[in-house]
Design a protein around this ligand. Structure first.
Ligand code: HEC
Ligand code: HEC
Length: 358
């Protein structure tokens, strides 16, 4: 619709531009540059398929609603739905118009907003546009593969779905002008706006500042300090490959938070663990189930340290327990065995836990 009407304008601009270029460019030698050849008549004809609102360019032919239904089901329904109502691949083609609209030539629902989504048939003012578009562009996955009579037929099917023509209507180059007189939105098109007339009201109106605008760099929201490291250091939890890196959340992003918004993304190097044993509990995945202060799957390190504070033989006992795994001390959930972890490292980790996991 708008697209179609835009063509003459765009073409005009292109020709105007070409004219300017021709003046500036050196004159082509007689006989051309020796590149290419004039398009043949058949080639020009193959491209010259536009159908205009006055039906100039419309090929002779005809089609029925019932044949159109067959074409539709075979070539169109997969994307547009059985009743051209599907919203999956494109917005619905049919729906939202009434036989009353065909009388007035204005789609009432466009004004009342009672139909949640604008369909093609609600908007399009010229039936020639539908013919032209289907003929040149549909089916989407195989444009220009329909015969002329198939285009007439499938268009008849759509028009019948939209209650514009009865089931027994034969759509042809002879009858299509009658259909134009029943198009629901035929009087709803206007060129009295800025796209066609530069003195008219523009289609698009911006209220934002366009010149000497104040630059605002105010930070209006940021992670509160208490939440900054709530999930541990994000930088340590990333895959080591690929472009995504978490920020080092152990430190404030920058000293000056206002600058933080504009600061370039840095790739933080993972922070050194506090102690080698703290590194071990990460390396052996103990931290999947244990944290310093909170119970996760297993008891917190602090709980364990408190329970065994001053208990004789606690260290040996716990090394053996972590190695063998098991349940019953803190509840029914078992800890898996860690038989593959070297004893020296197990001992280091248990000492780390018993000493307050610092
Ligand atoms: C493979 C999916 C697919 C098939 C099959 C298909 N279409 Fe489409 N159709 C689309 C898409 C996508 C658009 C929107 C294209 C765009 O705007 O560039 C569209 C747009 C249209 C429009 C224009 C709607 C508008 O408001 O601009 C019409 C009319 C149409 N199709 C009819 C048909 C007919 C008739 C057939 C069968 C002959 C058909 N389509 C087959 C995907 C399909
Ligand atoms: C899959 C979860 C899980 C993993 C991984 C895990 N634990 Fe545990 N851990 C538990 C559970 C559950 C308990 C409580 C067992 C019980 O109630 O006897 C526990 C208990 C403990 C205890 C106290 C044992 C006791 O008897 O009081 C220590 C110490 C401990 N884990 C250390 C570790 C260490 C070190 C690692 C890493 C090598 C580790 N855990 C890995 C789930 C896990």
């Amino acid at each position: 619709m708008y697209k179609r009407k835009f063509v003459p304008l765009a073409l005009g601009l292109m020709l105007a531009a070409a004219g300017v270029a021709a003046q500036a460019a050196p004159k082509a030698p007689a006989g051309g540059y020796g590149v290419g050849r004039p398009a043949t008549e058949a080639e020009v004809k193959a491209w010259d398929i536009d159908v205009r609102p006055d039906f100039k360019g419309l090929p002779n032919g005809s089609g029925t609603v019932s044949r159109g239904q067959d074409v539709w089901e075979a070539r169109c329904a997969s994307c547009h739905g059985t009743f051209a109502e599907s919203n999956e691949v494109f917005t619905p083609l049919v729906g939202g118009t009434t036989p009353d609209d065909s009388k007035t030539g204005h789609t009432k629902a466009l004004a009342t907003g009672t139909v949640p989504q604008r369909t093609t048939i609600m908007k399009v003012g010229t039936v020639s546009t539908l013919f032209d578009y289907i003929n040149r562009a549909m089916p989407w996955n195989s444009p220009k593969s329909l015969s002329t009579d198939e285009v007439y037929s499938v268009l008849a099917y759509l028009l019948n779905l939209a209650e514009i023509i009865p089931e027994n209507f034969v759509l042809s180059d002879k009858t299509i002008a009658e259909v134009q007189q029943r198009m629901p939105n035929r009087n709803g098109m206007t060129t009295a706006h800025g796209m066609w007339d530069i003195k008219a009201k523009p289609d698009v109106q911006g209220s934002s500042c366009m010149k000497d605008c104040p630059v605002s760099a105010e930070v209006t929201s940021r992670l509160p300090e208490f939440a900054r490291n709530a999930h541990g250091n994000i930088a340590e939890q990333n895959r080591p490959i690929g472009p995504v890196r978490g920020a080092d959340t152990t430190k404030p992003p920058t000293a000056n938070a206002a600058g933080a918004a504009a600061a370039p993304a840095v790739m933080p190097t993972p922070a050194e663990p506090a102690s080698p044993a703290a590194g071990l509990v990460g390396k052996h995945n103990c931290t999947a189930c244990h944290a310093k202060a909170n119970k996760v799957v297993g008891p917190s390190w602090d709980q364990v340290a408190a329970k065994y504070k001053g208990a004789e033989g606690a260290e040996d006992k716990l090394v053996a327990k972590v190695k063998a795994g098991g349940s019953g001390v803190w509840g029914a959930i078992p800890m898996p065995a860690h038989a593959q972890v070297p004893d020296a490292e197990l001992r280091q980790m248990v000492q780390f836990v018993l000493n307050g996991a610092k």
